[in-house]
Design a protein around this ligand. Structure first.
Ligand SMILES: Cc1ncc(COP(=O)(O)O)c(C=O)c1O
Length: 457
């Protein structure tokens, strides 16, 4: 069997890729020296004081020379042919050209440590060599037939995936994205319960075709509904539920004839470190689970898993042209194998603890770090005006810190009602040295902020 052969040969490669995570020495490098190391560095930063940049960990890969469309041509197409609602990050949007594991390069050859992972999507690493090799091989053999025919990979993959879920969650549907997965989950829930309404959480971005979530509290859930819930909120600023909340919610939903859907689009596949799925960290068992993002390490995939009983309630056939296509299934299988063979879930736990401890130091050092929270490699740093009021730091000031981090080679996400929380969700292949670099960068960006603030007074 391919997976068995492949696992045997993969271990040394994985060891060399992930190393042992030994803490590296972080030295400072002057801004001038840094500029000689990087090509085309242009300050997009908001008047950063001339402070030393932390030294980026070494990477042996040299990016290819970019020979594509110019930045200006790309920006013109963006203005003329894209919807104005398609937002980009940063005042000068980043034009990315190449990726390798935790690293991205822009078209000028500048390297970035990707601590957002393509919005929590790069699970095992950008262009992971093993995933890439297996995908290339399959692309040359068979890419797509649609599920009107049998093909081996979908069966192998569905078996592997269902083995990762507790009984009776054993029926798997393959789709192409998290939104599709959630839409299908709603169809299943409606056919099973004959209820129509849903309850979900404000800003949880579960992206049903019906729209975003509304606020939900245990009181609201006292009505007869079913509720899709994610195990830890990402877009809403990496908020963790209070202990016991999900358990109580799922009990109330079931008492009222609803079903509990767990959206594992961000929290699944071991990212939280202690468990493979977020719902397991709360000691609950959903009726339907949806997943995407990290499932394909950047390949567009999604899945829904439910019980045979709920699946049987949907009497019409489901059909999805691309869901479960051969290439997607081979990639999905390989991602699962890489997570397993590399012990990536355990790494998430150890690295996540290190990250939280280092970030906690920033909370002590800076008045505007209101909270540091999260689990595994899904962490949030909430920025506030001051610790007493806990009011969000004004957006302009948050952006200055964020742009400064990018300038020093660190990419972070943002989330929360006021976009006041930095979201940290790197690929699972990062090292302790990367974390130390990232925290040093954030520290320098915060020192710059304090300096700017004192000058403005
Ligand atoms: C928790 C969650 N569920 C679902 C989705 C939708 O996934 P997709 O963008 O693949 O449609 C997202 C997207 O960010 C998400 O964060």
């Amino acid at each position: 069997m391919r997976s068995v052969q492949y696992l045997g040969t993969m271990a040394p490669l994985l060891r060399s890729l992930f190393g042992t995570g030994v803490k590296g020495q972080i030295a400072a490098i002057s801004l001038r020296t840094w500029r000689t190391f990087t090509t085309g560095l242009r300050s997009t930063s908001p008047a950063s004081p001339e402070r030393d940049f932390p030294r980026m960990p070494h990477c042996e890969i040299q990016p290819e020379k970019y020979q594509g469309l110019s930045y200006d041509a790309i920006m013109r197409i963006r203005r003329e042919n894209f919807s104005h609602f398609e937002m980009t990050y940063y005042s000068k949007p980043l034009l990315v050209h190449q990726g390798h594991m935790q690293w991205l390069w822009d078209v000028e050859g500048r390297r970035y440590l990707d601590f957002f992972g393509g919005i929590v999507t790069i699970s095992v690493g950008h262009c992971h060599p093993v995933v890439t090799a297996v995908a290339q091989e399959q692309l040359g053999r068979l890419c797509h037939t649609t599920n009107i025919y049998l093909h081996p990979h979908i069966h192998q993959y569905i078996k592997q995936l269902s083995n990762l879920l507790p009984e009776p969650l054993k029926v798997v549907y393959l789709v192409n994205s998290g939104s599709e997965a959630n839409d299908l989950a709603l169809q299943l829930a409606r056919s099973y319960t004959h209820n129509h309404h849903i309850i979900t959480l404000r800003l949880c971005v579960q992206m049903f075709s019906e729209g975003y979530g509304v606020g939900a509290s245990v009181e609201i859930l006292q009505s007869k509904h079913y509720a899709p819930v994610t195990a830890q909120l990402g877009v809403n600023g990496t908020v963790q539920y209070p202990k016991g909340f999900l358990k109580e919610v799922s009990e109330i939903i079931r008492e009222r004839g609803g079903v509990y859907i767990s959206d594992e689009v961000q929290t699944g596949f071991g990212r939280l470190g202690s468990h493979y799925w977020g719902f397991q960290t709360h000691g609950v068992k959903p009726d339907i689970v949806t997943m995407a993002k990290g499932i394909g390490n950047g390949f567009p995939m999604g899945a829904v898993v439910t019980t045979p009983e709920i699946a049987a309630s949907m009497s019409h056939a489901t059909f999805n042209t691309f869901g479960g296509n051969s290439l997607a299934c081979v990639i999905g299988s390989t991602v699962l194998e890489v997570i397993e063979a590399g012990g990536l879930m355990g790494r998430c736990e150890a690295l996540g603890n290190h990250l939280l401890l280092e970030l906690a130091k920033l909370r002590q050092e800076f008045p505007m770090v209101g909270d540091v929270r999260g689990k595994g490699l899904m962490v949030g740093v909430e920025m506030v005006k001051d610790k007493e009021s806990q009011d969000p730091l004004p957006a302009k000031e948050i952006d200055e810190i964020w742009e400064d981090c990018r300038e020093m080679g660190l990419l972070l996400g943002k989330g929360g009602m006021y976009e006041q929380t930095f979201r940290i969700t790197p690929p699972m292949c990062i090292t302790e040295e990367d974390i130390d670099f990232a925290v040093d960068v954030i520290r320098v960006a915060m020192q710059n902020h304090v300096e700017r603030r004192s000058k403005a007074l």
